[in-house]
Design a binder for this molecule. Structure first.
Ligand code: FAD
Length: 467
């Protein structure tokens, strides 16, 4: 077969870069292309006016030893910085007041975040029957059934908004929170599952998302994607994939466009590491049903607003990770990270950096407001919730019209249909945040798994399919 490279990766976000890097270090000829001007996808760190802020994700959860092995391999383990101890508290807004989420049994018993009735209700959780096998509940249905409505409103809904920018009434429990789903299936109860599951994870050396440490890098999250891009070596930015086909020799041909000119790249395998709608457009001709399934995956729009205030202008001690605003509190923000409490050197001496998220499935129209309106909304909310006085010294707005894929009811079936593309065009692999988890750590794991499957395919084209 006449090919320009063994593997062409389309999309240089964390998913595609991880897969590409892993293949390159195994001696496979890889080329990565991306339509944007720089690699990294939604990961992007900006240093400006004495501020280091993130345009997209702010931290990674250290859930698997494979993540640290990757950092080690890339030579950036020493750049890693963990969230500082002061940021261990997470606040939830109730009645316009910030209340720390309880992290121990005594704190849970005394917290004003939940009523006495809601707390007592937890005693019945181990006796609630599991959902019938094969049924698909929404996250909201599951939580109300097992824990009660108040836990949905003041614990789960704000977290779902914080992670997915999503709505728990729409998200599928087995797709969006597979571990919670598995806990009920396996132990019949979340409380029992927490106790027994912790022992099993300890033997696997994996950590639950609840217990895992969060980290970033001295120069921000982009340290990771920059290092991966350097490791891949052959990477072309400003290069958009326009179409994909197989030619008679067996090579997969990708037509790419760069600076108004088109060219063809031939590869033995192609990894499609782009958002679902872009993947759908590229496979529609030869896998129309898979394309329809990908097109049906909704995305939440989010705006991220970085604000810098003088420390003395904020009444709250900012002694935590950040705050989450439940839907029932009717605020206009999803939540705010206390970025300069999480990590050192994010703002100048005597200043604080706050990163606020607006929009999501709750307020999908807000992220398209002009910058000045978004800045005003955030300023007003920070004044009400944190006692922020005056205007911030620095404010930067980043919009993500299609920020985060929503694993809504029916998602696993959509993914099963989308994966049929791998039968329609053997050698084509899907790898992106709409599949296998949206967190950066999940995308790293998906990238590593895809690399393994692609390597198998190259060595034996009949066996390398990723199920
Ligand atoms: C605002 C925000 C905050 C977040 N916060 C966190 C967090 O704190 N922690 C966490 O773990 N996760 C967080 N996430 C989620 C996580 O960052 C993402 O799920 C993950 O980075 C997605 O990576 P990806 O490689 O799958 O996709 P992307 O990063 O979207 O990369 C896809 C790439 O494909 C390219 N592309 C698209 N079409 C084409 C084409 N036709 N040809 C060539 N290239 C193409 C794009 O230019 C892009 O670079 C956040 C996400 C957002 C948006």
């Amino acid at each position: 077969m006449n090919a320009d490279c063994d593997v062409l990766v389309i999309g240089a976000g964390i998913s595609g870069l991880t897969a590409g890097y892993q293949l390159a270090r195994r001696g496979i000829g890889v080329e990565v292309i991306d339509a944007a001007a720089r690699p990294g996808g939604v990961i992007g760190s900006e240093r400006r006016d004495g501020v280091l802020y993130e345009r997209g994700p702010n931290s990674i959860l250290d859930t698997s030893p494979r993540i640290n092995e990757l950092l080690e391999d890339l030579g950036i383990r020493g750049e890693r910085i963990d969230v500082s101890a002061i940021a261990s508290k997470r606040f939830v807004v109730r009645g316009s007041v910030l209340i720390a989420l309880p992290t121990s049994a005594p704190a849970f018993l005394t917290t004003p975040l939940f009523s006495g009735r809601a707390k007592l209700g937890l005693l019945r959780e181990p006796f609630v029957a599991p959902a019938p096998p094969g049924s698909e509940e929404s996250v909201a249905q599951f939580v109300v059934r097992r824990l009660g409505g108040e836990f949905l409103d003041y614990a789960i809904e704000p977290f779902v908004a914080g992670i997915y920018a999503g709505d728990p009434a729409q998200l599928s429990l087995p797709a969006a929170f597979p571990r919670l789903h598995a806990l009920e299936r396996r132990y019949g109860s979340l409380i029992k599952g927490q106790i027994f599951g912790a022992r099993e994870r300890a033997t696997r050396k994996d950590k639950s998302k609840r217990m895992a440490a969060s980290f970033s890098f001295r120069e921000g999250m982009q340290t990771l994607t920059d290092a991966l891009a350097r490791g891949v070596g052959r990477i072309r930015t400003d290069t958009r994939a326009m179409s994909i086909r197989r030619e008679q020799t067996g090579a997969i041909v990708v037509t790419v466009e760069r600076g108004g000119e088109t060219a063809e790249r031939r590869a033995r395998a192609v990894i499609l590491a782009v958002p679902a709608d872009r993947a759908a457009a590229l496979i529609r001709d030869f896998a129309p049903d898979a394309a329809r399934a990908l097109d049906a995956i909704p995305y939440a729009a989010v705006a991220s607003v970085a604000s810098v205030y003088r420390r003395s202008d904020i009444a709250h001690p900012l002694d935590g990770f950040g705050l989450l605003a439940p839907r029932v509190e009717h605020r206009r923000i999803l939540g705010t990270l206390f970025s300069s409490s999480m990590f050192d050197d994010r703002a100048a001496e005597g200043e604080v950096l706050l990163t606020t998220f607006v929009g999501g499935q709750r307020d999908p129209h807000l992220p398209s407001l002009p910058d000045a309106d978004l800045a005003r909304i955030v300023r007003e909310e920070l004044a009400a919730l944190l006692g922020a006085r005056g205007a911030p010294r620095f404010c930067a707005v980043t919009r993500w019209p299609r920020a985060i894929p929503q694993y809504t009811l029916g998602h696993l079936e959509r993914i099963r249909r989308a994966e049929q593309v791998q039968t329609a065009l053997p050698g084509l692999f899907l790898c992106a945040s709409y599949r296998g988890g949206i967190a950066v750590g999940d995308c790293i794991q998906s990238g590593l798994q895809t690399a393994e499957a692609v390597e198998k395919h190259i060595k034996n084209p009949e066996r390398g399919r990723l199920g």
